[in-house]
Every structure is written in structure tokens, then in C-alpha cells.
Design a protein around this ligand. Structure first.
Ligand code: ADP
Ligand code: MG
Length: 700
């Protein structure tokens, strides 16, 4: 190779200090390496010329040949713009400059034939092209043109300061000249051969200056694969380092609690998915590395029993365990459910929430510290410093998307060694996204519902059909069922939403009057005690209708509730809709979900509603959600750094991602330290990456 790719771009011929500053500030390009990795957004056909009467109002870049027949200055709000009439034999259009007018005026000549290139606007009955790329036709003919000319990412500032696409292309050509187009290979020969990949040099050449569509496609594949391969490699290495460095408690025996429960008290047969996941957890717990596992499973897939049996493994090895849930309601339900299971085994279990009485709290604290208390269930209250365990061996977090990373890490410090951690979530994350964002966690999936569940019937109804919906509710209640009616509560418009909820409540109360009907209402503005009281009435079956905001989204279990009505369903996100629907269908009866909306719906809302009606598979729904919202929105900005890819796209390139992860895994399995000669290219690239671009910075 003839040039060091870490050379600052200032040294590239044709760049110079001003352009270098602009490239740095606008595109983050510091070195030759950064420039070579500035991949085109798309390609356009520079062998095609448009006549002015062929132009369409679609705003794409076009190339036109013609002459300037006159200049004029037009006053505008601030300053003035320079306008040129540009003609060919079919018509006239305008060229417009807002800056650099003197220079333009001096350098362009009327009467000469130019080839102009740029985006057109339709304005005042005419086409105009602001800040066109311009070349004299004579010059233009001597340049190479391609049917696949690269269009590079740019910014307004760059084009205003004269770094047009033509200039960027020239700079790129210069880079290829200086480096002779030869670049160090970053993938091993075995992978190149097996996947029939272009070499690095060929790929880079064809991504910038494609020779033909086939080579462009191969170049794109190779570079996407490489990008995803190295991200996966880094994540997997991080996971391996974690496992070798961070020792955890080993639960090496399966003892009486687990065996007795399994043989004598298991209330149902486990699904195959539950068995598989238990095996995966058992393997982690039996090793001396600290477990850091994410358990994904749709609503109702039976994560709780898996959590409980994992805790039994902990107890069998003399450790304490805890289960943390995001709300008091959910903690109470877990506590009640698990207490039943603990009773025949003689296991001590307690509940700790914000509303636990001080006297009870004191007892809990004591018993935790002296080891008498084996299992603690609760809310964030578990994280308080006063809560000290004798020997916490396993911490389980339910519905993890409600907790931040900081809270998770607090659990780590509850013992000398970090406890094993199992995080459970009912919001399935598409596999590809999980691989990228949680690639350093181990992931288990329960992808099967317990047998005998009746699928929930989901329909979409317009507000104008409300009377029929009310009749349906009445019929279900007459059969002894219970009904949820949920209103959106979205922060920005909280006041209005609150009003919607109260209006809704009143109309429901009118439609379903006491004493025949009893209604619970629960919303975020209520005191926790009132909330719990209302919730409790519904759980006990004293009320038939629960009017609520999304506070009931998480976890609440009322098997007798068979109808979920979601008001203004178009305002909910897909994963929220799916979560809400999961509140019904928990008993033996046929359950229903009714999505109520007005008539005016956006395209995205329609897609969301159709998806809900069509599918009950959380993973399928999550895929649609990912397509609608994009990865950044789903994961939050916190993790979106990992998703800032140069060329690959997590949604569109998920097959390549899977392939890349597969190969990265296999290579590390055989050669975890990348010491083998055939993996030299990988080791070298990996080291370069850690040196120049620290991926760890943006992974949790
Ligand atoms: P989630 O995964 O949403 O937390 P739960 O653990 O609350 O689901 O389980 C939902 C319901 O299914 C509970 O009533 C639970 O007792 C029941 N359940 C779990 N596993 C099975 C199984 N293998 N067979 C039958 N019912 C099961
Ligand atoms: Mg649950």
C-alpha cells in the first residue's frame, strides 16, 4: 500500500485546509480511512441527459445540456438571489444561487454550452435548479461518465461552500490515485473463498466507481458483511471476556427443592420451550461465570414458572434469590402466586414495596441479613441501600424495559460477587435487533404458548359502532365475564387524555348503571393505595368493568377478564397494543380484543391495526414495529449508537447480519484469541478498530 490510511485528509491533493475543516465538521471525516468509508447514498445515471420539456416534478437529480441566455438579480427577504435563464431547444428553466453570486457571475459565460446537474424544483410555473453542478460541455466530454455515478452524503453547508457531489467525487478519485486503489484485506481468505466475496480493494473501488450493477451489488454485500461481522465479533468477544473475568456464584447441584417441586408440585406440564430455557439457565448457573441472561417470551408464555424454578436452583445451593417487578400491583401478584408454590416446600418468602409497613420492613431487613428469608419479591424498594442480603445468588428482573441500566447495576452490588442475573421481558425484540443491541447478553426465548390456549379474537371497530360494542360488553358480563376499557395516556397531552378518560368513564357509567354493574377506575394520578384498592376489587370480581389508562399494561393477571377494549387505539404503539391485549385470554373462555378508532387514520395507524387483527405472535408484531419505527426509536437513543451503521441496515440486511454473526461465532469458537495464522487479518482489523474507533463507548 502506498499511503497510510491514517493520514489526515488535509494532505490529500485538492483538499487543503478549508475543505478539510468542512469535511471534518460536516461529515466527521478526519483521515483517508474515513474518506474511503464515506459510502454513497445512491447512484444515478450520468449517461442520461434530459430535455427541459421532459423534466418532472419529482425532485430527483437530472442532467441537462443548454446555454445561459441572461442573468438577473432578484431581491428577497434577506439579500438577493442570482437567477440565470437556461435554455435548450425545448424550453427554458432557471438556475438559482443564493450565495457566491459574484464569483458565479464572473466565471459563467452566456452563450457557452454547459452540462448542468442537480435537483430541480417546480416554482412559479417553471423548473429551477438551485446551486447546480456545472461544467462546460467540452470539459464534460473529456470526463468519464457512468450509468452508476455515486451520490455522496452531503449537507447544506457543504454544497453552499462549493463541495458539490462533483467535488467529492474528484476528491475520491484523488484518493484512489494516491493509494493506487490498493487496500489491506480485512477478512481472511477462508471467508472470501467460502462466501465468494470481492476483495477489499475491489469492493471499495466498485462501491465508489461501480463498473456494472453486478459488481456494485457484490461490493455492497461484501462491505455490509464486513461491517456487521466486526460488530458481532466485538460483541461476542465482550461476552467471552465477561464470562472469563467476572466470576459468579456456581449453583452446581440440583437439590431437594427443585426435584421435589418438579416431581410433586408442578401445576402443569412445562412446554418444550420452557424446558429448553430452563436447561439454558441451568447451564449458566452451573458454570462459575456470572449469568447475564435475557429471557424473552410473549405475554402469557409462562415466564414466571421458569423464574421460580431458577430460584429453586439458587435455594438448593444455599443462596437467597429476589424477583423485582416494576409496579406494586405486579409485585403483589407475583408474591401471591409464588407464595402458593412455596408453601408445600416450606420456603420463606416476603414482599417488599413502597407501602410495606415500617415494622414489617424491619423484620424483612433482619431476616434477609441473617439468612432466614429465602426469597424476596418487590418493587424498586429492593434496591434501597438498607436492603442487605446475607448471600444473594440470583436476581430476577421482570419486564426489564421499565428499568434503567443504572438500576440493574445496583443489583450487582448487593453481594461480594455479582449475583446471577436473569432479565425477563414480554416485549419481544426482533432477533436481529437483539443480536445487535444485546449481542453481549445471552438470550433465551420462550416461543411457544401453553397448550389449550384459545387465540384471542381481535377486531377493529369505528367509534360509530359504539352501541354494538356496548351491547357486546353487556352480553359478556351477563355470561359472568369481566371487561377492560383502556384509554391512552400520553405525556404531552396529559390534560386532554385525562379528560378523555373521565368522559369515557362517565359514559360507561351511564351505559352500565349501578347497582347492576360495578365499575373500577384506575389511572396514574391516583394515590397508590386507592389504585390498589380499585385493582383489588376487579381482581376479586367485585367489579365487572375496569376503566383504566395504560397502568394495567404490565403483567396484571385476571383470568376471568375476557374482553379488552382499547379506545383511540390508533394512538398506541404496536408493542403497547400487544401488551394490552395480553391482559385477556388468560382463562379458559374465548377472549376478545376490540380496537376502537375514529374514521381518520394515518397509513401507519392502519398498518398497526391490521397487524394486530392479523397476528397474535409477539415476534411477528415486533418485526412490523421495527419496520415502522426503525431501530433507534425502539431501543431509545441510549443504544442507538450501535445502530449507527455505515452501510448495513439492521432491518433490511438481517440475513447478512445473521450470516455475519454465525461466522464470527464459529471463528471465535475455534480460535477465541484469534491467534491462528489464518485469522491474522481479523486480529489486525480488530486491533485497529479498538485503537481508532472505540465501540465499547456506546455499548451499555
Ligand atoms: P408471562 O410470561 O406473561 O409472565 P405467566 O408466567 O404469568 O406468563 O403465565 C401465564 C399463565 O399461564 C399463568 O396462569 C401460568 O400459571 C400459566 N402457565 C404457565 N406455564 C404453563 C404451562 N406449561 N401449561 C399451562 N399453563 C401454564
Ligand atoms: Mg409475567
Amino acid at each position: 500500500m502506498s499511503a497510510n490510511l491514517q493520514t489526515p485528509i488535509d494532505y490529500l491533493k485538492g483538499v487543503g485546509p478549508n475543505r478539510a475543516d468542512l469535511l471534518r465538521s460536516e461529515l466527521g471525516i478526519q483521515t483517508y480511512q474515513d474518506l474511503i468509508n464515506l459510502f454513497p447514498n445512491r447512484y444515478i445515471d450520468r449517461t442520461r441527459y434530459y430535455k427541459i420539456d421532459e423534466l418532472q416534478q419529482n425532485n430527483a437529480e437530472v442532467q441537462v445540456i443548454g446555454r445561459i441566455t441572461g442573468f438577473r438579480e432578484v431581491a428577497q427577504k434577506r439579500g438577493k438571489r442570482l437567477v440565470a435563464d437556461f435554455r435548450d431547444d425545448t424550453g427554458v428553466m432557471e438556475l438559482v444561487w443564493f450565495r457566491g453570486q459574484k464569483w458565479i457571475r464572473d466565471s459563467l459565460k452566456t452563450g457557452q454550452t454547459y452540462v448542468i446537474f442537480g435537483k430541480t424544483n417546480w416554482f412559479n410555473g417553471k423548473f429551477s435548479m438551485p446551486h447546480p453542478d456545472m461544467e462546460l460541455q467540452s470539459e464534460h466530454e473529456s470526463n468519464l461518465r457512468s450509468a452508476m455515478q455515486a451520490i455522496y452524503p452531503s449537507t447544506e453547508k457543504l454544497s453552499n461552500k462549493g463541495i458539490t457531489n462533483r467535488v467529492t467525487t474528484k476528491i475520491m478519485q484523488q484518493l484512489f490515485l494516491e493509494t493506487k486503489g490498493r487496500f489491506i484485506e480485512t477478512l481472511p481468505d477462508s471467508l472470501l473463498a467460502e462466501l465468494k466475496l470481492l476483495s477489499k480493494s475491489e469492493a471499495l473501488f466498485n462501491i465508489h466507481f461501480p463498473k456494472n450493477p453486478e459488481l456494485l451489488a457484490r461490493a455492497q454485500f461484501r462491505l455490509k458483511f464486513e461491517e456487521l461481522f466486526y460488530i458481532q465479533l466485538q460483541l461476542i468477544i465482550k461476552n467471552l471476556i465477561h464470562k472469563s473475568k467476572i466470576k459468579g456464584f456456581t449453583f452446581d447441584k440440583v437439590g431437594d427443592y427443585f426435584n421435589t417441586f418438579y416431581k410433586e408440585h408442578l401445576p402443569f406440564d412445562l412446554t418444550n420451550a420452557q424446558k429448553r430455557v430452563l436447561k439454558e439457565i441451568r447451564q449458566d448457573l452451573g458454570s462459575n461465570a456470572q449469568m447475564n441472561r435475557l429471557l424473552q417470551g410473549d405475554v402469557g408464555s409462562g415466564k414466571t414458572i421458569v423464574a421460580f424454578m431458577s430460584m429453586l436452583m439458587g435455594l438448593d445451593n444455599g443462596f437467597q434469590c429476589c424477583l423485582m417487578a416494576p409496579t406494586a400491583i405486579l409485585s403483589v401478584q407475583h408474591y401471591q402466586g409464588l407464595s402458593e408454590l412455596c408453601k408445600p416446600l416450606g420456603i420463606s418468602i416476603s414482599l417488599l414495596t413502597g407501602s410495606t409497613k415500617t415494622s414489617d420492613r424491619k423484620i424483612i431487613h433482619e431476616n434477609l441479613e441473617n439468612g432466614d428469608l429465602q426469597i424476596l419479591i418487590g418493587t424498586h424498594a429492593l434496591l434501597e441501600d438498607k436492603v442487605k442480603f446475607k448471600n444473594l445468588g440470583l436476581a430476577i428482573i421482570d419486564e426489564q424495559h421499565r428499568f434503567g441500566v443504572a438500576q440493574r447495576s445496583k443489583l450487582w452490588h448487593k453481594n461480594t460477587l455479582p449475583p446471577n442475573i436473569l432479565v425477563m421481558t414480554a416485549t419481544p425484540i426482533p432477533r436481529t435487533l437483539a443480536m445487535s443491541v444485546y449481542g453481549d447478553l445471552d438470550i433465551s426465548v420462550i416461543d411457544e404458548l401453553p397448550a389449550g390456549r384459545k387465540p384471542i379474537k381481535t377486531v377493529h371497530r369505528y367509534d360509530s359502532n359504539r352501541l354494538k360494542v356496548f351491547k357486546f360488553i353487556r352480553d359478556e358480563i351477563a355470561l359472568g365475564r369481566q371487561v377492560y376499557i383502556v384509554y391512552p395516556l400520553i405525556q404531552e397531552s396529559e390534560k386532554m387524555d385525562y379528560k378523555d378518560l373521565m368522559d369515557g368513564y362517565e359514559s360507561v357509567a351511564r351505559e352500565f348503571p349501578m347497582p347492576d354493574y360495578q365499575i373500577s377506575i384506575v389511572h396514574g394520578k391516583m394515590k397508590p393505595a386507592d389504585k390498589d384498592f380499585e385493582m383489588e376489587r376487579f381482581v376479586k370480581g367485585e367489579t365487572q368493568i375496569m376503566v383504566a389508562t395504560t397502568v394495567i399494561e404490565v403483567g396484571v393477571n385476571v383470568p376471568n377478564a375476557s374482553v379488552m377494549i382499547i379506545e383511540s387505539a390508533e394512538r398506541f404503539g404496536l408493542s403497547q397494543l400487544h401488551q394490552l391485549r395480553g391482559r385477556v385470554g388468560r382463562g379458559a373462555e374465548q377472549s376478545y380484543c376490540i380496537l376502537m378508532t375514529g374514521h381518520k387514520l394515518s397509513q401507519d395507524s392502519k398498518t398497526r391495526l391490521e397487524t394486530m387483527v392479523r397476528s397474535s405472535d409477539g415476534f411477528e408484531i415486533a418485526e412490523v414495529d421495527l419496520k415502522l419505527r426503525g431501530p433507534g426509536d425502539i431501543m431509545g437513543t441510549q443504544q442507538s449508537g450501535v445502530l449507527n451503521l455505515r452501510i448495513a441496515d439492521i432491518v433490511k440486511d438481517k440475513d447478512i447480519l445473521q450470516q455475519a454473526r454465525y461466522y464470527a461465532k464459529n471463528i471465535l469458537k475455534v480460535d477465541p484469541s484469534l491467534a491462528l495464522p489464518e485469522n491474522k487479518a481479523i486480529l489486525h482489523t480488530y486491533r485497529q478498530m479498538s485503537k481508532y474507533r472505540n465501540i465499547w463507548n456506546y455499548i451499555s
